[in-house]
Design a protein around this ligand. Structure first.
Ligand code: SDX
Length: 376
């Protein structure tokens, strides 16, 4: 009898797909999208170029990129009934729940013949990449009692999001930093929310349902939800003074409490995205002045390396992103929705790849209960 596969908690290290979308070297802290190093993508590309490359496998030609950008711009607006859905949600609800609700409803407005229709798949992917930023910005305006701001076709993806959020065009540096942050968060192989998208898509559910389920997965504090918790955690360090960091960290670790923004299932070195985000912090501070919390954050990184570096626990993507977003005037509870408007490209890249050679996910289990019992 062939050996039964062993149970692996959290499927750690268990391959769930054959993929060419994203390669991570966790030991060395290296990340590549379709073989391109993240540092080069962050430096040389726009989010639109990276999203196209993730979705369709290669960088667009100039003409293809122009057509893609124009289609994204055309597809940014929302049906008025989706705005009505947002207007009827409780204002104090979490933005990730609003995003889930709006995206789940999209499938009703854009029904397709079937997800096996290649044009329906492609257009659904473009619409989701285009519309998620509009949903997040619209929700933020509506919950404050304001009308949403219509998207502008003359702004890039990142700049348009900030315009719809704040009601004014971002300066060039802020728009560029938003664009880099979206690139850094666009894709990350078989993380929980991407796996969720693949599982839902493997049933041939429509792309809107697959993305809505991925958003729900990303919202969890152990995954994308960590970024909004990092800042509030740093603010619990007594007097926000670096000299109090060591004792604070030792107490947390002694109580086996997870310190948000640290650790990773795959990286056992510093997350390369954290390093790029740290560079962005420096640019923002030069322009807008520094934040004391950054000194506390860098001291915590230093102390954590001494305390748990030997266990492979280093800063992950969520550790510095909050400092960047706060400096850009993004409300803390929108940090994870910003993660979602970036990662939608990665979710869809994996969904399209799954559908190219699909088999519905249905793992097994190890039975630990009783059987053949009699109802009393
Ligand atoms: C993201 O998968 C991805 O790619 C995700 C992501 C992406 O781009 O999609 O990179 C985005 O989700 C980043 C991670 C954001 N989450 C956090 O920052 C939350 C805090 N981190 C931890 O919850 C944890 O590190 C995870 C969830 C990220 C990873 O969990 P694992 O791999 O299941 O590791 P584990 O919980 O089994 O921990 C192993 C050991 C334990 O100690 P021991 O019981 O062995 O003594 O390391 C310790 C843990 O207590 N540990 C931590 C810690 N993370 C792990 N201790 C303190 N603080 C932490 N943050």
């Amino acid at each position: 009898m062939a050996d039964k596969p062993e149970y692996v908690p959290g499927l750690a290290g268990v391959p769930a797909a054959r993929s060419s979308v994203c390669l991570i070297n966790g030991a060395e802290g290296k990340l590549q999208y379709r073989g391109y190093p993240i540092e080069q993508l962050a430096e040389k590309c726009t989010y639109e170029q990276v999203a196209y490359m993730l979705l369709f496998g290669e960088f667009a030609t100039d003409d293809e990129l122009k057509a893609f950008e124009a289609e994204l711009a055309r597809e940014r607006s929302l049906k008025f009934r989706i705005i009505d859905v947002l207007k009827n949600l409780p204002e104090r609800g979490h933005p990730m729940d609003a995003l889930t609700a709006a995206v789940a409803s999209m499938g009703m407005f854009y029904p397709g013949d079937h997800v096996e229709d290649l044009e329906f798949r492609r257009l659904s992917a473009v619409r989701l990449v285009a519309k998620l930023p509009t949903v997040v910005a619209a929700w933020h305006r509506i919950r404050q009692g304001d009308n949403p701001i219509e998207p502008r076709a003359d702004l890039g993806h990142a700049a348009n999001f900030l315009y719809m959020l704040h009601g004014e065009e971002p300066d060039e540096l802020t728009a560029k930093i938003m664009d880099v942050a979206l690139i850094l968060h666009a894709e990350h192989s078989m993380n929980a929310s991407t796996f969720t998208a693949r599982v839902t898509g493997s049933t041939l559910a429509d792309p809107y349902a697959a993305v809505a389920s991925a958003i729900g997965s990303l919202a969890g504090p152990l995954h994308g939800g960590a970024n909004e918790r990092v800042l509030s955690l740093l603010e619990t360090i007594p007097d926000s003074k670096p000299e109090n960091v060591r004792r604070w960290a030792e107490d947390k670790l002694a109580r086996k409490e997870k310190i948000m923004g640290f650790g990773h299932r795959v990286y056992k070195a510093k997350d390369p995205r954290a390093t790029v985000l740290q560079g962005l912090v420096g640019q923002l501070f030069e322009k807008f002045g520094s934040s004391p919390i950054y000194g506390v954050a860098t001291e915590l990184e230093k102390q954590m390396e001494q305390l748990v570096g030997h266990k492979g626990i280093y800063p992950n993507v969520d550790f510095y992103s909050g400092i960047v977003y706060e400096k850009m005037g993004i409300p803390i509870d929108l940090f994870t929705p910003v993660f979602a408007i970036a990662r939608v490209a990665g979710w869809l890249a994996h969904l399209l790849e799954q559908l190219q050679d699909n088999r519905i996910f249905r793992p097994s289990q190890i039975w630990v209960g009783e059987a053949d019992r009699t109802v009393p």
